[in-house]
Design a protein around this ligand. Sequence first.
Ligand code: 6PG
Length: 246
Amino acid sequence: MTQEIRIYPQADIMQSAAIAFLTGEVLRSVAARGRCSLVLSGGSTPEPVYAGLGDPSVAKNIPWESVHFFWGDERHVPPDHPESNYRMVRDTLLARVSIPEENVHRVPAEMDPRMAAFRYEEDLRSFYPGDWPRFDIVLLGIGTDGHTASLFPHTAGLQEEQRWFIANQVSALDAWRLTLSKNAINAARLTLVLAAGEAKSDAVATALEGPHQPEITPIQLISPEDGRMLWFLDQRAAAELKKGRG
Ligand code: 6PG
């Protein structure tokens, strides 16, 4: 696994760079394999990136009919709920580009969490028959507690070895979350972590330079087997990294 850190002066510049980078990677995947599987993250950091991909000046360059959207995690809420990651992507991107309905693989988060996870894994397995899903691009964020996707500290989901997609009970949130497992993420070709703001600086430094304690800092579980991992950071999120990183 190769790990690369790119640091940008401020968040909007990092997000613009992510838009350009993702556009290139989508085109590369489609050229190489006829399609691109893009796994989206929730949260606020990627929102401007999704909005940028939906901007006509960018969207016109992307063969949306060859792009398949998946979610790396979802909250246990209906698709129209304000906290829904699907709703956020629908409003910032899907509603603005012409993408075939069958290319949008929404997590059925309105149902019982365990049933939702089972159904979504069935969808993933029909798209990727094999031992693990080989997603072309997985977008991730990082929480101030070092979580990524919905792999939160001290949750049972961190121990999952067989399943691709799981229901994870997060007592810190008093909520169920739905998430790719660490192994499903690690099977990807390319993983991109986006982080911005001073609030993330401690989690980023701990993840990249701290002791290996994934129970406490779950994003340390993400180490692609045979893929690239890139961190797109603004200077504030990178502030506690050793000098010269990135
Ligand atoms: C979610 C995300 C989650 C997110 C981090 C960072 O569903 O919220 O998948 O893992 O990436 O919590 O969120 P922000 O970008 O809002 O800081």
